[in-house]
Design a protein around this ligand. Structure first.
Ligand SMILES: Cc1ncc(COP(=O)(O)O)c(C=O)c1O
Length: 368
């Protein structure tokens, strides 16, 4: 079934594949289909395309191409940076994605908007008992996937550098929403994924300034840091998606334009919803709000009306259990999340919200 991109408000779960990305992948599959580790001419053509994509991605991020390891996505990049065998204990903000929290020994408190409590973090760093392992890996995301709120990554990097710790930043929600230029200078390692930026699913990358431990072993690919045949056409799609996303972010277009988000949020306020973290720096494409009815009901009703929304992270949005992000903020339940991107029709979205949400509230009163 063809989906209506104009009414698709779930870009933080995944963004529609960009036509230029489809073309870039098709061209790579036509011209560089061989195994990039093969020594013959066809293999060398694939290796050349792979290395050219690595240089293009590095240029977008102001990174050294040698820092980049291509992975199957941000989940794997986070695991490679944070898995136990790869280094010292991990502390992570309590609102991190589950693929980060999985590895965390300690969860760091956030305030009621979901922003890291910097004072509490610095105190915890200084109060570590004598005899605790010298270095830590600190994992702080750039932006939250459920609320869009940004973390004080530069202040955290200053503190972690001063203490000789390693800062890993999950920047998965950044492409297209925030400029990527200069990002590599803001942490020791970073995770990114193609599919949040209109690239293909199943490919992402880890940027690490010092070589990370291999998570997948058993082959020399990616300088021995990630075994397995590199999917050259997916990597070509990733490079194309990041370049296009970066151009939009630089121009304040598409997911980087806060205008549609602000209009939707104003409509939600008029309808009695309570937007989350709306006074804090956050992603220009994301608005999350608590409703007077369960968000799952709203998502189902909006879906029937043709609008694709979510109740937060896609990996748990079928669940009615409370969101760990909201719990960390001292709230319960799940939010209605609208996450936007290029090609949406904000006026039509507002119309559908105005038609759908008040009827749900009336139904809930009748039932109650
Ligand atoms: C903040 C964040 N980190 C990590 C991931 C996992 O990314 P991937 O689907 O590439 O494994 C997601 C995707 O849902 C995310 O939003």
């Amino acid at each position: 079934m063809r989906q209506n991109i104009a009414l698709y408000a779930d870009h933080n779960a995944t963004a529609p594949l960009r036509p230029a990305v489809v073309e870039a992948m098709a061209a790579a599959d036509r011209e560089a289909w061989a195994n990039p580790s093969s020594p013959h001419a066809a293999g060398r053509a694939a290796a050349a395309l792979l290395e050219s994509a690595r240089r293009r991605v590095a240029a977008v991020l102001d990174a050294d191409p040698r820092w980049i390891t291509f992975t199957s996505g941000a989940t794997e990049a986070n695991a490679q940076a944070l898995a136990p065998g790869a280094g010292p204990p991990v502390w992570a903000a309590a609102v991190e994605h589950p693929s980060v929290l999985e590895w965390a020994e300690q969860h760091l408190a956030v305030d009621t908007d979901g922003v890291l409590d910097l004072q509490a973090f610095l105190s915890a760093l200084h109060a570590r008992p004598a005899g605790a392992p010298g270095r830590l890996r600190i994992a702080i995301q750039l932006a939250n996937n459920e609320t869009g709120v940004l973390q004080p990554i530069d202040a955290v990097y200053q503190a972690t550098r001063a203490g000789g710790h390693h800062l890993h930043c999950d920047a998965t929600q950044a492409p297209g929403r925030l400029p990527l230029r200069g990002l590599a200078a803001r942490a020791d390692s970073l995770a990114l994924s193609a599919h949040k930026a209109g690239g293909p699913k199943g490919v992402g990358l880890l940027i690490a300034k010092t070589p990370p431990s291999a998570l997948l072993r058993g082959g020399p690919q990616e300088r021995g840091l990630r075994a397995g045949t590199v999917p050259v056409s997916l990597v070509a799609g990733l490079a194309c998606a990041l370049e296009l996303a970066e151009a939009e972010a630089a121009a304040g277009q598409g997911a980087a334009d806060p205008g549609p988000r602000d209009q939707l949020e104003a409509a939600l306020l008029r309808l009695g919803a309570r937007p989350l973290a709306s006074d804090r720096p956050r992603l220009p494409n994301t608005c999350a709000a608590l409703l007077s009815v369960p968000a799952e009901l709203a998502v189902a009703a909006l879906d029937l009306a043709g609008l694709s929304a979510s109740t937060g992270a896609a990996c748990s949005s079928g669940a009615s259990s409370p969101s760990h992000v909201l719990l960390a903020m001292g709230l319960r339940g799940r939010p209605l999340r609208l996450s936007l991107g290029p090609g949406i029709d904000v006026q039509q979205m507002i119309l559908l919200l105005e038609r759908t949400l008040p009827a749900l509230a009336v139904d809930a009163l009748d039932l109650g």
